[in-house]
Design a protein around this ligand. Sequence first.
Ligand code: ADP
Length: 494
Amino acid sequence: MKFSIRYKFMVGLIIIFCIGFNVISFFMNKIIVDNSKRIISKEFATNKKDLDLYLRQFMMMNNIKNNEKDFEEHINEISEALSLKLDDRVTFYKNNGQLLLDTAYADGDVLTFYTVDKNIIDNKEDLKAAFTGKSAFSIINYENNYIVAFAFPINMDGKNLCIIRYSKDYSYLFQLNRNLLGITKKMILIIFMLTCIFTILLSTKITIPIVKLSKITKEISKGNFNLDVNINSSDEIGELGENFNLMKEKIKEQIEIINKDRDNLKIIESHRKTFFDNVTHEMKTPLTIISGYAQMILDDGYEDKKILNKGATKIKIESNRMHKMVLDLLTMSKLESYVEINRKEKIDMEEVVNAICEDMMIKANKYNIKIKKCIGKEIFIYGNKEEIRRMIINIMDNSIKYGNIMSTINIGLYSEENFCFLTVEDEGKGIPEGKMHKIYEPFYRVDKRGEREKGSNGLGLTIVKSIIENHEGKIKIESREGIGTKVYISIPLV
Ligand code: ADP
């Protein structure tokens, strides 16, 4: 079974209160009774001294001798005097226990005049003690009245003349003490009520935020992070709420990062799979061709010079193609592992671009393509020279490959706002607009059938983009189908 904090608080408080209240009441009662007895005892001692002195004087003045017989003979005058002095009823007993005189003309029972209820017994314990020579009193309680009976032997010069007993109503004293006890109990009750109210309020203040937190943690466990804990309190509980919200936001952020990473991983994984599928596919084609022609030569190619020639040429072209692909794949792998880029140096772009143009001229001449240069001076970048060369060759190679026969390729090199700009513009078949977004994907070729030569494998622009990004640069390609393509490259200057 589940018990709320408030319930536990209340049960605990009630148990503590019940035990505490009874213990306090018991001890208060005891203290009050003891105090009352002490007050009565003090008063008794004083009264006894007074009476002794008074009696002694009275006996001297009235020539009453100090013996039992003479005392008993004058008992009427003595009793009258003492009754007047005490302003109350007095009872005298002989030493043998016999009632000598009761100024009230009664039988010596102190209750006779206080109550008609004979069920209450005056057990005369004080009197019994007085007969043994002690001064004593006993408290008789009935219906909230407290009568105290005092008894002591009258002793003159070592002789016990008689026992005297008188009573006094001490109800006022006990009433006073009872009132004090009543007030104390009321105060305890009020304090308890206040404690209860305070506990209820405090436990509500504590439990409401806890309940809120518990509800929200349940929601969070279901994946709902959009709820906030609102605790308007400037104490530790308010701080707990604020910290909880912070923690929730942090968890939300972390989960978002994890989700993003997971999605990215999935994308990377799928890219990797496509990549390897493509690699195997691209390898399969030349290998099939190579294997086919090799078989042809083995079958009857030795005799037929034409077949032997054709087969050997095809095997050469396809093995060259595979060789280029393997080299490109190696380049890509190196670029991904950032091995080459670490070998950086200051590169004179004018020198690099001029040298490449010269090298590419041979290939361009094959198709009657002119290379027109507009190359600026003193343009330096910081990077890996071999990578930069490979990147420019790939772009210019594309322009030759996809450029029209007898067309012109314009090469531009200039610097602007801390950047080195390289532009390669050709007149050729261009790239259809709908396919532009795919040209950087590995193995993507716009039109495989329309290739002028067997040198392409769709890895060129992937490598170009990777190199430019490793040099904190950017690439932009503008192309119009049937008109031509212009490639813009920007790399930060040294
Ligand atoms: P490839 O080895 O096939 O040239 P690239 O990655 O260099 O691979 O280029 C991807 C595709 O983009 C090419 O197959 C081609 O269709 C297109 N392309 C690239 N450059 C040009 C260009 N200058 N003119 C026309 N098409 C181009």
